[in-house]
Design a protein around this ligand. Structure first.
Ligand SMILES: [Zn+2]
Length: 406
């Protein structure tokens, strides 16, 4: 009797043991566990469990490290997907792995399950230079203005480019134009791309802000009988042998206000970072009046060339000449397919100042209180004569201007 009981019990146990084994086989084709195959020992392991249609996912999951195990709850979202977390404190650093198991039941109460083995890595697991635990496989980029303390640091990921900071530091009379690695001497532009897989300390590259002055004279000539009132004339840079991106921060100011016939002195100022001014003027920049088309004026369209002359001290003992000097040279203008082409007239001697002569070609209008000289036909004739004479003056003005610029 006793023996029979044990036999039944044994069969029952065998059946019970068999049951999950069968269910296991079915489950392998059903529930999916999604998550990395390796996790850093410092990082919690996050996974999702998805059951196929018709299978109800159990919220409990199990883990087994080979040394210990337990059951924990997942969160099942509105789509029926389970979200589980395996905490670092449950990791077993003797076995360095764990098996996750999730379960479910079909509509007819059949048991299904799935298992996934995850390796626990003592080393960080870098993906694009960053480990899930927050550790970064990278290089320190320090930015130091003055002194030893960096104002900020950035981490450059191994194998990935880093965009360096733009203008960060300020200094009176200077402008930051780049970065320099004093150790290697490497120079970077602001916002440049740093490609080295190495730590780096960057200091600002300073460029002195300077102002260059170029004198000019604007002469007002009368082409008619009328005297012009206060009139302002402006000069502008119309080109340079350098690309204009090379002097993008240079500001130019040049205007003179005239009042009637005579010569008026003005100063053109060019302000900006010294390197940009040097780039702009080292091979010639070209200046012309701005033709604003003011009524009655014929503008002188002469183009003058400016050339930065440095290092005069090498040839001269005059200490005063060590400063940057801007030479003013006549310009050769050539009409090209893509506009005007200018070049310095190297054969010519530099001049002391740029000169422009503008002609006011209006003749005096009859004032309103002039005595009436006759009938309206006489007046018409008078205006006709006036127009003819004005046209003559204009054509003379244009002619002389052309001669001057050629
Ligand atoms: Zn890590």
């Amino acid at each position: 009797m006793k023996k029979r009981f044990f036999s039944i019990l044994l069969s029952l146990c065998m059946v019970l043991m068999l049951f999950p084994a069968t269910a296991f086989a079915e489950g392998n084709t059903g529930i999916t566990i999604s998550g990395p195959d390796v996790v850093c020992a410092q990082q919690n392991y996050y996974f999702t469990a998805t059951a196929p249609e018709g299978v109800n996912l159990d919220k409990g999951f199990g883990f087994d490290t080979g040394g210990k195990g337990s059951g924990v709850d997942m969160t099942i979202d509105e789509n029926g997907v389970g979200h589980g977390v395996m905490l670092t404190e449950w990791y077993d650093l003797n076995t360095n792995y764990f098996d996750l198991s999730v379960y479910g039941y079909t509509a007819d109460q059949q048991f299904v399950s799935a298992t996934k083995r995850v390796q626990v890595s003592q080393d960080h697991v870098y993906v694009d230079g960053v480990c899930g635990c927050g550790a970064i496989d990278g290089y320190i980029v320090e930015y130091i203005g003055s002194g030893d303390d960096p104002i900020c640091m950035e981490v450059k990921t191994h194998g990935k480019n880093l965009t360096l900071r733009g203008e960060t530091f300020t200094k009176d009379g200077y402008v930051q134009t780049g970065w320099v690695d004093k150790e290697t001497g490497a120079v970077y532009a602001l916002g440049d791309t740093y490609t080295e897989d190495a730590d780096v300390t960057l200091n600002p590259v300073w460029d002195e802000l300077i102002t260059l002055s170029v004198p000019f004279t604007t002469t007002v000539k009368l082409g008619g009988e009328a005297v012009p009132g206060e009139t302002t004339f402006k000069l502008a840079i119309v080109g340079a042998n350098a690309d204009d991106s090379q002097y993008a921060d240079v500001t130019v100011s040049a205007s003179v206000t005239t009042n009637g016939e005579g010569s008026y002195e003005g100063t053109m100022t060019l302000s900006g970072p010294s390197r940009q001014l040097n780039d702009m003027l080292c091979e010639g920049a070209f200046v012309q009046q701005v033709n604003e088309g003011k009524d009655g004026w014929t503008y002188d369209d002469t183009v003058w060339g400016l050339l930065l002359w440095q290092g005069i001290a090498e040839y001269s003992t005059d200490d005063a000449a060590t400063e940057d000097t801007v030479l003013i040279l006549p310009v050769i203008c050539e009409e090209a397919d893509d506009g005007m082409y200018y070049d310095l007239d190297w054969e010519a001697n530099p001049v002391d100042r740029m000169t422009f002569t503008n002609t006011y070609t209006k003749s005096a209008q009859p004032a309103e209180n002039n005595p009436n000289t006759g009938d309206s036909s006489n007046l018409t004739l008078w205006f006709a004569l006036l127009a003819v004479s004005a046209a003559g003056v204009i054509s003379t003005g244009v002619h002389s201007k052309r001669r001057r610029s050629s």
